[in-house]
Design a protein around this ligand. Structure first.
Ligand code: TXA
Ligand code: MG
Length: 358
């Protein structure tokens, strides 16, 4: 069973970090908080250590891991041919929730990079993550510390629920700060291509990198630009539907109740008035960062609760809202009612897929 070590998120205790770092150095796996979500780390130079991550998560071997550094000075240990202008920029933007895909050095495990010639790299802005990587003395390959296809973990308890029996240590540093995984980019032409939107927003990317293109998962070439795009993500076991407005939440709830199903609205406190049935709050709605922070734990809690179907509200796709909606859309798939007049059709679809799974 996993060893759980509580750590102060701002001033992590040196002896606990040293213990976890020893486990990393000797080829083990350590889950730790970052400013985005919890990561499951291993020595990025060791094939056997990185294989343990894939085994614990049940991750497809063709989906590469992000390598975490404690400072940009470690970048030459893992990446090649980084243009000076890009390095100068990253010196200002790191630590932070921004992962950059770069040509990889041979020393980085082929298991971690899933056989690709590139590696995604970032310096996380979390004292526990930085202390751990520094003490381990090696860059740390770390995907989100969840079972593959489940929502990313924003608390140590989520990691323990998913991976408790399969990993060596969890550093419990409380809640992750943003609650949504890092923005993943790769240099492209005179700007960047966004492989995964995240807390480092499109506006910030445009400001620093110039031309910013958001990659489509149905890429014309057939191969998705980022392997992670082709896999199911963030999905609860129970159906989750996206409602374009409060009116849609009400109409969905009424229609599902008519069909004998208990639905639960996952929304903000300023949307909750007048809603029938159970509700689960994502925050006040005045602060979109609060919604980001609560999103995955709300989806996890909904999954463990007693309602049959979750109805999650849509958010404006601005700032971090763009990343929030990216995750919500992926969790809902094609189960969307943008307008109340689409509700009946959506409920018919839910009925037929329920019958299919009975
Ligand atoms: O915030 C985060 O990024 C968290 C924390 C722990 O740092 N990590 C995380 O890792 O979300 P993961 O493995 O769950 O997601 C990494 C994403 C995947 O979609 C993967 O396909 C993509 O980054 N990726 C990694 N290396 C890549 C590469 N060389 N080329 C293209 N995409 C890559
Ligand atoms: Mg992940």
């Amino acid at each position: 069973m996993v060893k759980v070590l509580k750590v102060n998120p701002i001033r992590p205790e040196a002896e606990r970090i040293a213990l976890a770092a020893r486990v990393l150095k000797s080829g083990g796996t350590v889950a730790f908080p970052t400013e985005t979500v919890y990561g499951l780390g291993a020595n990025c130079f060791s094939d056997s250590a990185c294989s343990k991550i894939f085994a614990a998560k049940g991750r497809q071997p063709d989906n590469p891991l992000i390598v975490h550094l404690s400072t940009i000075k470690e970048l030459p240990m893992v990446a090649r041919e980084v243009p000076t202008s890009l390095e100068e920029l990253l010196k200002r933007l790191w630590p932070g929730p921004l992962s950059v895909v770069l040509p990889k050095r041979d020393e980085v495990s082929q298991v971690a990079s899933a056989g690709l010639p590139t590696v995604a790299v970032r310096v996380p802005a979390h004292p526990v993550a930085l202390a751990l990587i520094r003490e381990a003395g090696v860059p740390v390959a770390a995907p989100s510390a969840n079972t593959s296809t489940r929502p990313s973990p924003t608390r140590a308890s989520h990691v323990i629920d998913d991976l408790g029996a399969k990993i060596d240590i969890v550093l419990d540093g409380g809640e992750a700060f943003f609650g949504i995984e890092s923005t993943v980019i790769r240099p492209s032409g005179s700007g960047v291509e966004v492989l995964r939107p995240g807390p480092f927003t499109l506006d910030e990317l445009r400001k620093h990198f110039g031309t910013t293109i958001v990659a489509e998962s149905n890429h014309p070439s057939g191969a998705p630009p980022s392997p992670g795009m082709k896999y199911l993500h963030y999905s609860p076991k129970k159906p989750l539907v996206l409602a374009g407005s409060v009116e849609c939440i009400k109409a969905l709830n009424a229609e599902l109740t008519k069909r004998g199903l208990i639905s639960e609205a996952i929304c903000t406190s300023d949307q909750v008035q007048g809603l029938a049935g159970p509700t689960r709050l994502l925050g006040s709605g005045k602060d979109i960062y609060e919604v980001a922070k609560n999103l995955y734990s709300a989806i996890r809690d909904f999954d463990q609760g007693s309602s049959d179907i979750g109805i999650i509200s849509a958010f404006p796709e601005e700032g971090i809202g763009f990343a929030i909606m990216n995750r919500i859309r992926r969790a809902c798939g094609d189960r969307i009612a943008e307008h109340p007049d689409q509700v009946k059709k959506l409920c018919d679809l839910l009925d037929s897929s329920r019958r299919g799974s009975l």
